[in-house]
Design a binder for this molecule. Structure first.
Ligand code: NAD
Length: 237
């Protein structure tokens, strides 16, 4: 895909992997819609993008709240002239606790952001992309979406679920030229991994994840990679 003059929506793009990916896309000439919960932060980022001459819009949204994904999608299309070439489901929260301590409320709140919102956004996006005759949906899963450990059940369930969503989207979109792929990184040096005992310089860097996504987006229409695992050097996963 040539990225110049394309349109993209990247969720969770006010920090970490999402912000880095939004920067890469905008630098390549894509008109990016950024979204996050904090309006002031979004405005600062948009000002910085504008100074660089990059095309971008910002729509604040709390994607753990019912109805916000639908509103975000509608508002995105109103900014992009009704077209969407790339959707990146990146917003997510980490959760760690044994299964016995997970309440229904906690389950719903993690699943709502990490899995329900990507489902809803992807459903609306694939419908549009099929009509357009092309597009790509990128889901930011995790190595915890391939394997689960003590304490990771809820987060892992959401990230396993994202891979299931990706596989079905790929099968449903392929006849229409719509691609879907999932990226499964280990520890990435972002605010989410700030409490990890691993020093940030030994983690995967957010720009590495962005580079992998950009490489995939540049592949020819007939090629797709499946379950891309990005590991730290020397790490088991
Ligand atoms: P991050 O905390 O920097 O970014 C998370 C993003 O999600 C932020 O932009 C935040 O504003 C947004 N977000 C959180 N709650 C939200 C809500 N209710 N509504 C809207 N947006 C909300 O962390 P990150 O590492 O950049 O995370 C990005 C994605 O990468 C997540 O899905 C995460 O699960 C995944 N991931 C991270 C790592 C890691 O080690 N950092 C590893 C594998 C996968």
């Amino acid at each position: 895909m040539t990225l110049n003059r394309k349109t993209a929506l990247v969720t969770g793009s006010t920090s970490g992997i999402g912000l880095e990916l939004a920067r890469h896309l905008a630098r390549a000439g894509t008109r990016v819609v950024l979204t996050g919960r904090r309006k002031d932060l979004l405005e600062d980022i948009l000002r910085d993008f504008s100074l660089k001459g990059w095309e971008a819009d910002g729509i604040p949204a709390d994607l753990a709240t019912s109805g916000e994904a639908e509103r975000l999608f509608r508002e995105t299309l109103s900014r992009t002239g009704g077209r969407l070439d790339i959707l990146v489901n990146n917003a997510g929260v980490w959760h760690q606790s044994p299964v016995e301590d997970i309440s229904r409320a906690t389950f719903r709140s993690v699943m709502s952001l990490n899995l329900e919102t990507p489902f809803i956004l992807s459903g609306m996006a694939i419908k549009l992309m099929k009509r357009q005759g092309g597009g790509t949906i990128v889901n930011i899963s995790s190595v915890a979406g391939i394997e689960a450990w003590a304490g990771s059940a809820l987060y892992s369930a959401s990230k396993f679920g994202l891979r299931a969503l990706t596989q079905s989207l790929l099968a449903e979109g392929a006849p229409f030229g719509v691609k879907s792929f999932a990226i499964c990184p280990g520890y990435v040096a972002t605010p989410m991994a700030a409490d990890s005992p691993i020093p940030p310089e030994e983690m995967i860097q957010p720009e590495d994840v962005a580079r992998v996504v950009m490489a995939h987006l540049s592949l020819s229409g007939a090629t797709v990679l499946k379950d891309i695992v990005i590991s730290r050097l020397g790490a088991e996963q």
